[in-house]
Design a protein around this ligand. Structure first.
Ligand code: MN
Length: 183
């Protein structure tokens, strides 16, 4: 996790800043706006902002929804919402694990809260996320897992499923409930 944060995440931040050097006016835009309005950026930096701005946003989110093992617990309101949407907590975990292990190559799996209040599981390739205009499914992310090899290779080698399983130990359920407005 330390290497993931200090090397990989840092790389996305540096490369995003580098991409914006040519067009200083976009430096005042929020990260969120850069991603939401990707299509209106100059063509020659769209890919760099998509990959590195997405990388910065996704990792920033990822660190916030983790906590030391055993320090947080799913709120009753969140559990109720999960049961209502997926049938049971186990089925929810199964669906999330399937999205995470089933994503071919690099990407992310997400739990989203849609505007109608329902919870939804989706995965995205590379460093894409729901803010970007390429995604038709919109929602507020409340949980995510990075399934790039760099996220698990040092500890789990090629065993992505074992990493996804272990991830449940470090989910910050307080933060997830807060994001879902289900505290
Ligand atoms: Mn990563």
């Amino acid at each position: 996790m330390r290497i993931h944060h200090t090397v990989h995440h840092n790389g996305y931040v540096n490369n995003l800043n580098k991409a914006l050097e040519k067009y200083p006016k976009y430096k005042s835009w929020s990260l969120q706006d850069l991603l939401l309005k990707l299509n209106s950026l100059p063509k020659d930096i769209q890919t760099a902002v998509r990959n590195n701005g997405g990388g910065h946003y996704n990792h920033d989110f990822f660190w916030k929804i983790m906590a030391p093992a055993g320090t947080t617990k799913m709120s009753a309101a969140l559990e109720n919402a999960i049961v209502k949407n997926f049938g049971s907590v186990d089925k929810f975990k199964e669906a999330f694990e399937k999205a995470a292990t089933g994503r071919f190559g690099s990407g992310w799996a997400w739990v989203l809260k849609k505007a109608d209040g329902s919870l939804y599981i989706e995965s995205t390739p590379n460093q894409d996320n729901m803010l970007m205009p390429y995604n038709s499914i919109k929602g507020k992310p409340i949980l995510a897992i990075d399934v790039w090899e760099h996220a698990y290779y040092l500890k789990f080698q090629s065993k992505r499923a074992a990493y996804v399983q272990a991830f449940w130990n470090v989910v910050n359920w307080d933060k997830v409930a807060e994001l879902a407005d289900l505290k």
